[in-house]
Design a protein around this ligand. Structure first.
Ligand SMILES: Cc1cc2nc3c(=O)[nH]c(=O)nc-3n(C[C@H](O)[C@H](O)[C@H](O)COP(=O)(O)O)c2cc1C
Length: 403
């Protein structure tokens, strides 16, 4: 069912590909355009199987407890992840959770079980939260922006503590753990001693958290210049504490035979925008980076049109012919992006097309123009001159490892 060879954890050094799991209704766009994407299990299992055959290595299951941005129905991220894992063989699933709502030990336990039974294919995405309505509805206190990230850091420390030690105790501001022993622990695999920790959020607090504790930092869609800025900042903060972080970028892909067809599809999506849902979303996301004194983070510079893809995925500009998209992806790899998180309009068909037509072109570009040393934790990618600094070492849990 789910045996992964140890080789599966050796990094090939090329760009990795993940797909969003559409486990919420309405697909990945807040638009009334007809979509064949479906949020149900049958559709998603088929999608995951298409994706792993197409060369995708990861999929991200979203955490959403109640409706927002028109996503009226949502399946639970943990259950849904397990269901997909049980129906696939190689795909790794990144399960999103919300620290204020989930207890870290319960998640440590769920993760250990999932990792054991699905041979190390489970990892976690820490979403620190922007949707206040969910917290209010559950009676969970809504913390001020930067405090949410302080709580997320505690969450990660507890996860790792429970995953690596017996009789684990932790005296935090948000959780106190007293002599807890987790058995079984997650699998320890070569190059991946425990599940990887992914993280969302692009504010200063999010960047500091990633540098301090996360293995992966996910960015919303943006321009290459803005991605480069975030990568440089997080990487340099991480290097000061001897860590290496890997970077993921969200991109909404519209790959068509001609650029004209791709742009026309984008136009159809945005001109059918669900304006009411977008307006609600625009107001709700003021709780994100905009609520900080720097006023920087996800969605701070998003127009209503950008928000039609609720993670700013149009901005990454993976819209055009397979050749155009492949060369933009390769350019992102050269500035230090390790993974593209792809959204599509019609997931089944477009994931397959992406695997057949885009990924092979990316691999050709990587062969013709390889990175100098992608796996050593050295800043050789992109503007190497800016990246000179102390030689990086990985912490005991292998942050930025080869998973
Ligand atoms: C790739 C990615 C996936 C995310 N997935 C979720 C999710 O499933 N559920 C959620 O509530 N927030 C999700 N978020 C939102 C973040 O956790 C965070 O709340 C938001 O980015 C605001 O960050 P900021 O205030 O640091 O800018 C995601 C963010 C990114 C970049």
């Amino acid at each position: 069912m789910s045996r992964l060879s140890p080789q599966a954890f050796h990094d090939h050094g090329g760009m990795k590909f993940a797909h969003w799991v559409p486990n919420v209704s309405g697909g990945l766009v807040v638009s009334k355009i007809p979509q064949r994407t479906d949020w149900g299990l049958e559709y998603n299992v088929k999608l995951a199987q298409i994706a792993e055959d197409a060369g995708f290595e990861y999929a991200l299951t979203q955490v959403r407890l109640m409706g927002s941005y028109g996503a009226e129905y949502q399946h639970d991220s943990t259950m849904f992840s397990a269901a997909i894992l049980s129906a696939t063989r190689r795909l790794k699933i990144i399960t999103a959770i919300l620290p204020g709502i989930f207890h870290p030990i319960v998640v440590a336990k769920q993760g250990a079980t999932a990792d054991q039974i699905f041979s190390g294919r489970w990892s976690i995405h820490i979403a620190s939260g922007w949707n206040r309505a969910e917290f209010d509805a559950l009676g969970v206190p809504w913390l001020e922006h930067d405090e949410r990230y302080a709580r997320s850091r505690e969450f990660v420390e507890i996860l790792r503590g429970a995953w690596t030690s017996d009789h684990f105790s932790y005296e935090g501001k948000y959780w106190q753990i007293k002599g807890f022993t987790l058995r079984p622990k997650p699998l320890a695999l070569p190059g991946r001693p425990m599940p990887n920790i992914f993280q969302g959020g692009n504010s200063r607090a999010a960047q500091e958290m990633a540098a301090a504790v996360s293995d992966w930092y996910f960015m919303n869609g943006n321009t290459p210049e803005n991605h480069q800025k975030q990568i440089d900042n997080v990487a340099s903060m991480a290097s000061k504490v001897g860590r290496r972080v890997q970077f993921g970028v969200n991109g909404f892909v519209i790959a068509r035979e001609t650029e004209k067809e791709a742009q026309e599809e984008l136009e159809r999506i945005t001109s059918n925008a669900d304006d009411e849902a977008i307006e609600d979303f625009r107001v709700a996301v003021k709780e994100a980076g905009q609520a900080t004194k720097e006023r920087e983070g996800m969605w701070t510079h998003s127009s209503p049109r950008d928000l039609v893809q609720y993670n700013d995925g149009f901005k990454t500009n993976l819209i055009g012919t397979p050749e155009q998209i492949a060369s933009r992806i390769h350019a992102l790899r050269k500035i230090g992006v390790d993974m593209i998180l792809c959204g599509f309009l019609h997931f089944h068909e477009e994931t397959k097309f992406f695997g057949e037509r885009v990924i092979p072109l990316v691999r050709q570009l990587e062969l013709a123009d390889p990175l100098k040393s992608p796996n050593k934790g050295e800043f050789v990618r992109g503007s190497a001159s800016k990246r000179s600094g102390p030689r990086l070492v990985s912490p005991p849990w292998g942050a930025g490892g080869v998973n």
